[in-house]
Design a protein around this ligand. Sequence first.
Ligand code: NDP
Length: 294
Amino acid sequence: MKILLLGPNGQLGWELQRALAPLGELHCRDRHQGGDLADPQALATMVRALRPDLIVNAAAHTAVDKAESEPALAECLNTTAPAALALVAAELGAGLLHFSTDYVFDGSGDQARDELAPTGPLSVYGRTKLAGEQAIAASGCRHLIFRTSWVYAARGGNFARTMLRLAAERDRLTVINDQIGAPTGADLLADVSAHALRRWLAQPELGGLYHVCASGLTSWHGYASHVIEWARERGQPIKLAPDQLLPIPTSAYPTPAARPLNSRLDTQRFQQAFGLRLPDWQGGVNRMLAEILG
Ligand code: NDP
């Protein structure tokens, strides 16, 4: 099986390089290797020439705030390019695995949303990602779309690193406590994607849209507290006293793009369809901390 991976150097793409390698002949294409989502026509030409059996798209415009001031680029990367990929996939009879986000929802209420819940994106990023999902579904190609949330990876900058740096420097730190979700490791997402792909190849009727994230819930404040206390217990240089990590509402930290307050995703459909268990978020975060702190 010939697999094309787009966005191989992002958080998820990097882990997919590892997780997909045993499934077949893996071809990675970043934006300098014919995999530029900003040029959907050239992208389609590259895919036609390669003729993969499976396309995995881990590339996207993920800079949520920046997308507000460059909506045309966000639309091209998150909607037009996935639509073009879906059309070539349909033409070639290839499967397409694509990733989307909880930001397709408005984040109201306090219940977990399943795949049938009404969407209502609050931002350019959310709107363009939703339109990408819809274009793939409308294309008629065989596809899987995994909506996930709060993705982190040991590689590169991440929220945990930022919290550890600030906790080492400051006496007082404020972190948002009214956005609720599940921090999801790119490694977990890549691994369950590979398992699900194998099941899907044997059972094509499993295609469609799924919510996939770690189990359990926290806020950004809860996440920061977990990270800082983990590091403190292991003798890392933490200056911040435990009672000086202060919760603040989202309204006290305005950003160009509005974020959903409720990012709870119901993952039952995914776990049942693919016979997989999504572990609690803390285990993955602890592993990532052990990696970045050495
Ligand atoms: P990253 O920002 O880590 O990676 C995005 C990738 O897209 C990078 O490899 C980047 O390439 C690539 N990219 C950007 N512009 C282009 C372009 N013009 N052409 C080709 N590639 C491009 O994102 P994640 O790994 O975190 O996200 C993976 C998927 O998960 C995305 O679909 C995202 O929407 C979704 N998601 C992410 C969440 C998160 O919290 N991060 C939450 C929910 C969903 P380069 O390395 O060259 O910059």
